[in-house]
Design a protein around this ligand. Structure first.
Ligand SMILES: Cc1cc2nc3c(=O)[nH]c(=O)nc-3n(C[C@H](O)[C@H](O)[C@H](O)COP(=O)(O)OP(=O)(O)OC[C@H]3O[C@@H](n4cnc5c(N)ncnc54)[C@H](O)[C@@H]3O)c2cc1C
Length: 269
């Protein structure tokens, strides 16, 4: 596609932001195994960068997805994959289903602060025995009065030790595996939510990744995104944005590798 002046303006804003607010600290955040998500997301929220393709009513820019692709591409300039992945979790992995299928009340309560950079989000799908095979998850959310009671374990959850909210995939019935799942927003300060130590990873070291444990966690049923039993479909749709984000985000990194290789071969005797 042909990019317009507007696309280029957003690209320049992001590039400037990365050069001044992220890349000077990237090595330190890699060494620390964590970056200050609340501080960084607030700065990005103030520039409108966390809601480029999100609805205007909740503080987004309401632009089409081509602008989000420009955003993802430009994040590839970040000298730490963990930071760009963590930003992508906030914008393209944990919030698309909420933006598309969440009730107005839910979007005001949870999406608006995510777009403003006032809240950090995680997506909680994977489990110790269920990665690619999402249908095999075992975490349950059982109805009790007006609440769900959640029990289970999630694995490899990005941003989780800093997150305010989780977009959780859980089994809400004993129906077939593709028909028994629901997406539910879980505030991390709810009693019964706990985290492992940060996982010591080979790569993406600057993003905090941990296991999350749910022990009789009670959340109101109004925190359900869309319809009960549609969670598997919603999550598969949400994965489409995750994959587009990841694909576009790889381009600048590859360009950088080529440029650095050319530079090196010219210097080397
Ligand atoms: C740094 C990092 C951050 C992450 N962040 C999150 C997060 O925020 N939220 C979240 O929910 N998850 C997260 N994940 C988990 C990620 O989504 C899973 O790692 C991924 O889904 C793969 O699952 P797995 O690791 O269990 O591998 P597996 O599913 O066990 O796959 C292992 C290998 O087997 C292959 N394989 C699997 N099934 C088949 C099959 N049927 N046929 C042929 N080959 C197959 C796979 O391609 C892969 O090569 C993260 C993971 C990492 C490493």
């Amino acid at each position: 596609m042909k990019f317009t002046e507007e696309h280029n303006a957003i690209r320049e804003t992001i590039a400037r932001f990365i050069d001044t607010e992220i890349n000077p600290y990237a090595d330190q955040w890699e060494a620390d195994g964590i970056f200050p998500a609340h501080e960084l997301f607030k700065k990005m929220g103030d520039l409108g960068l966390l809601g480029i393709a999100k609805p205007l009513e909740y503080g987004g820019m309401g632009l089409d997805y081509s602008y989000q692709i420009v955003f993802s591409e430009e994040l590839g300039r970040i000298a730490s994959g963990g930071v760009s992945m963590a930003i992508g979790v906030q914008t393209d992995m944990a919030t698309p289903a909420l933006a598309r299928f969440g009730s107005d009340e839910l979007r005001r309560e949870f999406l608006a602060p995510a777009i403003a950079g006032d809240a950090v989000f995680s997506i909680a799908v994977s489990e110790p025995h269920a990665g690619s095979d999402v249908a095999a998850i075992k975490t349950t959310a059982k109805k009790d009065g007006d609440d769900y009671i959640i029990n289970g374990t999630k694995m490899w959850i990005t941003n989780s030790t800093q997150a305010d909210y989780l977009c959780l995939l859980a089994n809400t019935s004993d129906d077939k595996p593709h028909l028994n799942k629901s997406l539910i927003i879980v505030p991390t300060n709810t009693p019964g939510v706990s985290f492992s130590e940060r996982l010591n990873k080979l790569g993406m070291r600057s993003s905090d990744t941990a296991q999350v444990f749910f022990d009789d966690v009670r959340v109101p049923q109004k925190n359900l995104i869309g319809e009960e039993g549609h969670g598997f479909i919603y999550q598969m749709l949400q994965f489409q944005e995750e994959r587009l984000f990841a694909a576009a985000g790889g381009l600048k990194g590859m360009e950088d590798c080529i440029n650095k290789t050319i530079e090196y071969t010219r210097e080397r005797q």
